[in-house]
Design a protein around this ligand. Structure first.
Ligand SMILES: [Mn+2]
Length: 299
């Protein structure tokens, strides 16, 4: 398996005064973890690939017409184990690092770049300890609600089931793949699962339902496979019939305007060789959109 570098490129390669971790509003946290992936590998290289293309993204947002880098964007050292770890040890490492770095305690806005989806539950655990009544908004092709999978309780396919250990408030968007077990065990959640077909058929109704089911404080997790593989082919478990760029960013914008978003992750980007940089560029651009939508240029 590849070993990602301990020092990664900084997001946007901004001038130093805009990437001081003590003053920047946004903290980019690479988490190059791939331990329980069962189909196509490569997400361990996701964070580095996203950061490497990020300086190609414009710092001026074409929708909001602001330079959203003014609040500062610092890239922190990656969270990665120094030796082989079990999925449970990885959970503990991420949870403890998020706490030690005080990522949800200073009013700054962390954005974690994965890595596989099992990085999300330990982040949510740390965030929920500091934010009562937090919600999680998940974009994903997969429900990830299995109680355990081949990697055990901490498998990527159980990521959202583990999130439910820390908050009952979970809204899932883009879902088009779940098992009978997930459906029957979690049937009561079905109105908090929005499929791409629902988004296509009733976009405004879908947004209303998402906003209705979220509490005021929201953590956002984006599995890049929520997008249709036409837009994001570089991922471990691509599923046809996904969301497009305007659907995802439109929902994100409304949520960021309406709720207090406290942090986010973008996971499961798996750069495949050759010149296929579509997926990592989309992930970098989505990171920029999250920053733009939550940046307040008046402050
Ligand atoms: Mn997924």
């Amino acid at each position: 398996m590849d070993t990602p570098p301990a020092v990664m490129p900084s997001f946007f390669r901004l001038p130093s005064e805009r990437c001081d971790p003590a003053r920047a509003k946004y903290l980019i946290v690479p988490v190059p973890y791939e331990g329980t992936v069962c189909f196509l590998r490569g997400t361990i290289n996701g964070p580095e690939a996203i950061l490497a293309v990020s300086d190609q993204v414009e710092r001026f947002d074409e929708e909001l017409r602001i330079d959203y880098t003014k609040a500062g964007i610092a890239t922190l050292p990656p969270i990665q184990p120094q030796h082989d770890v079990t999925p449970e040890e990885e959970f503990q490492l991420i949870y403890e690092t998020v706490r030690e770095r005080r990522l949800f305690q200073t009013g700054q806005f962390p954005i974690f770049l994965g890595g596989e989806h099992s990085i999300t539950p330990p982040i949510v655990k740390a965030a929920a300890e500091k934010n009562a009544d937090i919600s999680v908004l998940q974009f994903d092709a997969h429900a990830d609600l299995r109680n355990s999978y081949t990697g055990g309780k901490y498998s990527h396919a159980s990521a959202m089931r583990r999130v439910l250990d820390f908050t009952p408030n979970l809204v899932q968007v883009g879902i088009r793949s779940f098992s009978e077990e997930e459906y029957t065990e979690k049937k009561e959640r079905i109105d908090k699962i929005i499929t791409p077909a629902q988004v296509c058929n009733d976009y405004n109704g879908s947004i209303d339902s998402i906003l209705y089911n979220l509490t005021d404080k929201v953590y956002i997790t984006v599995d890049i496979d929520a997008f249709d593989p036409a837009f994001a082919p570089g991922t471990g478990t691509p599923e046809p019939g996904g969301l497009d760029w305007f659907q995802v960013t439109g929902i994100l914008r409304r949520v960021c305007e309406t709720k207090k978003v406290i942090g986010a992750d973008i996971v499961e980007t798996a750069p495949f060789g050759g010149n296929n940089v579509i997926t990592e560029f989309l992930a970098a651009r989505l990171t920029a959109k999250l920053i733009a939508y939550t940046a307040n240029p008046e402050q």
